[in-house]
Design a protein around this ligand. Structure first.
Ligand code: AMP
Length: 354
């Protein structure tokens, strides 16, 4: 079902991804209503309305559903029950089944294994004895991650030889976890794919991502890769999007090993930080592509108009805005967050490389 310009898009989540989606939606003539519990809500500043409520509040969800034509999300940890409830009333794109897979690192890895798509070796961990067994199976160099609700390296413990197993379990406060073998990758890549309800697919080229303390700091777009590897990365992302019957956007994070193998690390069914460059170096940004996909409009051209580098402004790096504004050719994006905290994503800057 097409939702033509003039319609209203409901976004679950109120962060910067929702903000940039709402701005792209406005450019195509849509109104946006956002839903989420936060007070410091970057998307609320640019939306027609903010339902400030918990995702479990049925009355607020009902009013939200009746005010919008289609529902999407910018935060993948929206409770599946809320999505199922909305699904009965409005098109929800992406739908609850995808969230069930991507909210749980173990379900996600098992899903990928089912598609025979390589990932880091993994094993579920419920307690210290399970962690001992998993370390014996996967080797001492590993990362213990909570199955749910981790982001930007939160809920993760790096383990090496002689690791204190009890301490690692305690650090995750007993949350169900997954142990992943440590991948000594050469580079990190990601691919963002859009899929319309009818199955049309469109992918941005792979980009290279650099992290510091597990937080993305820089994206180089497009990644400099042998064409065969770039094509393989896109094919993997599109196969996953097709298998999930995605309606919307999917970011696929991957490791590239020194011997040119691609391993999928993580899936995110929403706009992704590694796609922000597309605002400044593509005819159609990832945010507009999401709007097109969920409204069932023809997808836009993902070809970069220029190579570029996107740098995140984390914490007080944002205070450098006067110098950044003065930089010729640089494009500054600030998210309007009220509070600056160390490591918090406050904005980003794109520099075109001609
Ligand atoms: P994640 O939250 O799973 O995306 O992890 C954040 C970052 O930690 C990744 O972008 C990698 O830099 C690093 N990382 C995560 N898992 C692994 C792994 N199995 N092996 C090596 N590095 C990893």
């Amino acid at each position: 079902m097409t939702i033509p310009p003039g319609g209203t898009i409901g976004i679950l989540g109120c962060g910067q991804l929702g903000r940039m989606t709402a701005m792209a939606a406005a450019r195509l003539g849509y109104r946006t209503i956002v839903f989420g519990p936060e007070a410091d809500a970057p998307a609320a500043d640019v939306a027609a309305r903010h339902f400030r409520a918990d995702y479990a509040e049925a009355a607020a969800l009902a009013e939200f559903a009746s005010a919008v034509d289609v529902v999407t999300l910018e935060f993948e940890n929206v409770p599946v029950a809320a999505l199922e409830w909305l699904c009965a009333r409005r098109p929800v794109r992406p739908g609850p089944r995808i969230l069930e897979v991507t909210q749980d690192r173990l379900a996600e890895k098992r899903f990928l294994a089912g598609l025979e798509i390589p990932t880091a070796p993994f094993a579920p961990v419920a307690d210290a004895a399970g962690l001992e067994a998993a370390l014996t199976a996967l080797g001492p160099e590993a990362i213990l991650k909570t199955r749910r609700l981790g982001y930007d390296g939160k809920g993760q413990v790096r383990l090496g030889p002689g690791a204190a197993v009890e301490d690692a379990i305690a650090a995750l406060a007993g949350a169900p976890a997954i142990l992943e073998g440590f991948v000594s990758f050469a580079r990190e890549l990601s691919v963002i794919t859009a899929r319309r309800p009818g199955g049309e697919l469109c992918s941005y080229p792979p980009v290279e991502n650099r992290h510091a303390e597990q937080i993305l700091i820089e994206t180089i777009a497009p990644a400099e890769l042998p064409p065969r590897i770039a094509a393989e990365a896109v094919a993997i992302a599109e196969r996953i999007a097709g298998s999930l019957a995605l309606e919307g956007l999917l970011a696929v994070e991957m490791f590239l090993t020194g011997d040119d193998r691609l391993l999928v690390n993580e899936l995110a069914p929403r706009p992704h930080n590694s796609g922000h460059w597309s605002l400044d170096a593509c005819a159609v940004s990832q945010f507009e592509q999401l709007v097109r996909a969920i409204c069932d409009l023809p997808l836009g051209d993902p070809t970069p108009t220029s190579p570029c580098t996107m740098q995140n402004l984390l914490g007080h790096a944002v205070d450098g805005w006067p110098e950044l504004l003065a930089e010729p050719g640089a494009r500054l994006h600030l998210y309007g967050k009220r509070e600056t905290r160390p490591g918090r994503k406050m904005g980003h800057i794109t520099r075109l490389r001609r």
